[in-house]
Design a binder for this molecule. Structure first.
Ligand code: NAP
Length: 308
């Protein structure tokens, strides 16, 4: 079978750290081009300053991986789908729920694959956690996602702008895991968003969800954490406590701890290849919907200005 000719669009941190190595390591794909307004791309691979320039006069591509900030994703995805090109959307899949729904309809109409990728769902502990929890009564969930924004997002202005999600940019990873492993849907009851006086997006959030059986799900997000970082989900059940830590990589059950190698992005690209080969899309908006609900339902508090 011929490799899927793919272009990486938006050559920034995540494209270089994860997408380019995952594509190079998967024989189902061949890197056909890169697109980025300022980044020079990869040696030996055709590079374009815009997706329009690639689609108008570049090498043929079967798929694009959109690794840009979410605010510019819709137009890029829609142009690609209009030409029948399959689309991989980095998380979050868009800046609004409605634009993602519109892309999903467009993909169905043209028969192309649309993949809303949630990389944290491919962390090693997530599938076994989901299997273990399927049989349990959930009593309480505590999600703690605290990291240092200056370490992980230095100088990323877009992340603080409307549509950039602020602390929900990492927080949505926790929600992508929670919505994957918990046996029942969760929804927001109350919360607080702390928004720096000079920014449009929150630096911290405290959110109280519950599941449909009444179990409380508390989420503590904070971007002002220095020292040790926390990406933990602790779930109390009728059979003891489950803990997912290190963003889902480490799973601790009453029977012991397991930690497998990181295979999040290789897992995403294997899934994308399968979706393309089988003519399907995978567009789960649940994590983004919970974030949108936080912006709808939580109380906003202005906190001290944030400077990079
Ligand atoms: P980033 O370092 O700011 O890179 C984004 C790149 O997108 C920029 O370098 C910019 O390229 C390019 N870009 C902007 N507008 C474009 C357009 N219209 N067409 C083509 N390229 C455009 O951001 P990032 O950290 O890689 O994050 C990108 C996405 O991946 C976000 O949605 C983020 O949530 C997600 N993500 C990030 C991480 C992480 O650890 N950083 C992890 C998982 C997922 P130029 O420099 O050439 O202008």
């Amino acid at each position: 079978m011929d490799p899927i000719r793919i272009a990486v669009v938006g050559v920034g941190k995540i494209a270089r750290d994860q997408h380019l190595p995952a594509i190079a390591g998967n024989r189902a794909f061949g890197l056909a081009a890169t697109v980025s307004p300022h980044d020079p791309g990869v040696e030996g691979v055709p590079h374009f300053a815009s997706l329009d320039a690639l689609l108008a006069g570049g090498p043929a591509v079967d798929a694009v991986a959109l690794c840009t900030p979410p605010q510019v994703r819709y137009d890029l995805a829609s142009s690609a789908l209009a030409r029948g090109v399959h689309v991989f959307l980095e998380k979050p899949p868009g800046a609004t729920l409605a634009e993602v729904a519109a892309l999903h309809s467009q993909a169905d109409k043209v028969g192309a694959t649309l993949f809303a990728a949630w990389h944290s769902r491919f962390a090693a502990g997530v599938a076994p956690a989901r299997a273990w929890l399927a049989e349990r009564r959930i009593d309480k969930v505590e999600i703690t996602w605290r990291e240092d924004v200056r370490v992980w997002h230095p100088g990323q202005a877009w992340i603080w702008e409307p549509g950039g999600l602020g602390v929900f940019d990492p927080g949505i990873n926790a929600l992508s895991i929670a919505t994957r492993i918990l046996p029942r849907p969760i929804f927001l009851q109350a919360g607080t968003l702390e928004i720096p006086a000079n920014r449009a997006a929150p630096i911290a959030a405290d959110l109280q969800f519950r599941d449909t059986a009444g179990a409380p799900v508390h989420m503590d997000l904070d971007w002002r954490q220095t020292g040790p970082q926390s990406w933990d989900i602790v779930i109390e059940t009728d059979a003891g406590t489950l803990k997912l830590s290190s963003g889902g990589a480490v799973l601790t059950l009453p029977s012991g701890t397991s930690h497998d190698e990181d295979h999040e992005y290789p897992g995403l690209y294997a899934r994308f290849a399968t979706l393309i080969r089988t003519g399907q899309s995978d567009v789960d908006i649940d994590p983004l919907r919970l974030v949108a609900d936080a912006f709808l339902r939580a109380t906003r508090v202005s906190v001290e200005p944030f400077e990079d």
